[in-house]
Design a protein around this ligand. Structure first.
Ligand SMILES: NC(=O)c1ccc[n+]([C@@H]2O[C@H](COP(=O)([O-])OP(=O)(O)OC[C@H]3O[C@@H](n4cnc5c(N)ncnc54)[C@H](OP(=O)(O)O)[C@@H]3O)[C@@H](O)[C@H]2O)c1
Length: 315
């Protein structure tokens, strides 16, 4: 297939490009061209800001693709999605929209599944993602465009632009204590970026996926504190936990980039397994071990880290 990826030079979309190339697809990417050196050989770049709809129309005017994977959140609104689909004007085959598990109403009991009601629990982000999903689903309903919605959560792995697993590697390799917000008992679920990329690559062009939404993540739920304990075990470093009441001293407890929030976040993966036979290759422990190898290879264990926020909260 000839596949257009919106993005293509960072974390999820870069892993996706690699997965698509491995599967033998022809790939073109659309991004603002800030990291041309990251585009793999043989991949053509359309340089364009997706938020500039006139430029988008011009960039895509003569393109025809069998697959479209809309990854980048720019932040991408429903109008931006409509503009992308208008710019392709019926010249796209199967379209996959990377949404988020955060479209679901997290005030409801866990676990969340694909039919759990969507809500604005997560504010503007959820609003934009829901509008994006609806724009794709409308094209499916009204124009029979083959469309699939993918909803990941807490994606981790090499090249992660969110400082989550690396946040804890940074502290543990330097013998630092890890502060935990309160009891650290809220459940989280993590999905390895290569599993997400492979899932998207494998579902492209598969009729069973048309018109469907899928939660795509790892299969283990773990508490916030359990995540830190698992990392310490996997990378074989001693762990000192310091529980801090959130709000003490007025400052948030530093704990990864986006892992401190007061609700569980647990999702079923039954549908993608049952309908498409896709399941992750990585257990959380195996994925963290592989990510730690990358962290060491990149020399991130020697990077400068600012621990002043922790120091201010330590007893
Ligand atoms: N990370 C998670 O835990 C998680 C969880 C759930 C859902 N998601 C979803 O996954 C997607 C994010 O993936 P990611 O963080 O790995 O980033 P990404 O979208 O894969 O990487 C950013 C890419 O988009 C391009 N880009 C950024 N702004 C652009 C714009 N205005 N126009 C055109 N291209 C643009 C960047 O290149 P240039 O800078 O050169 O333009 C880069 O290639 C989002 O849709 C997010 O909502 C992520």
């Amino acid at each position: 297939m000839r596949v257009l990826v919106i993005g293509g030079t960072e974390f999820i979309s870069l892993h996706l490009v690699r997965a698509l190339l491995r599967e033998g697809h022809e790939v073109l990417v659309l991004n603002r061209g800030r990291e041309p050196g990251r585009v793999p050989a043989g991949v053509r770049t359309l340089v364009c800001d997706r938020k500039d709809h006139a430029a988008l129309r011009a960039a895509l005017a003569s393109e025809r693709v069998d697959g479209l994977v809309d990854v980048t959140y720019a932040p991408t609104t429903g109008d931006d999605v409509e503009a992308l689909l208008d710019a392709l004007d019926g010249r796209a085959g199967h379209a996959v929209f990377v949404s988020t598990g955060r479209v679901h109403d997290h005030a409801l009991p866990i676990p969340y599944h694909e039919d759990t009601p969507r809500s604005l629990y997560w504010g503007e982000y959820a609003k934009n993602k829901i509008a994006g999903e609806d724009a794709y689903l409308r094209r499916h309903r009204d124009l029979r465009l083959p469309v699939t919605i993918v909803r990941p959560t807490h994606v981790y792995g090499p090249l992660n632009t969110r400082n989550n697993e690396t946040f804890f590697f940074d502290r543990l390799v330097r013998g630092r204590p890890v502060l935990v917000p309160g009891a650290g008992g809220w459940l989280r679920q993590f999905g390895h970026v290569e599993d997400l990329a492979e899932a998207i690559a494998r579902m492209l062009g598969v009729p069973a996926a048309f018109g469907r939404a899928y939660g795509v993540t790892g299969e283990e739920a773990i508490t916030q504190v359990g995540f830190v304990e698992l990392i310490a075990e996997v990378i074989k470093r001693p762990l000192t936990l310091v529980h801090v009441e959130p709000g003490r001293g007025g400052a948030p407890v530093p704990f990864g980039q986006n892992l401190v929030y007061d609700c569980h976040a647990v999702y079923t993966t039954t549908r993608i397994r049952a309908e498409l036979g896709i399941r992750p290759r990585y257990t959380l422990a195996a994925g963290l071990a592989q990510t730690f190898e990358w962290y060491l290879r990149e020399g991130l264990d020697h990077r400068d880290v600012d621990f002043s926020a922790e120091d201010a909260l330590l007893p």
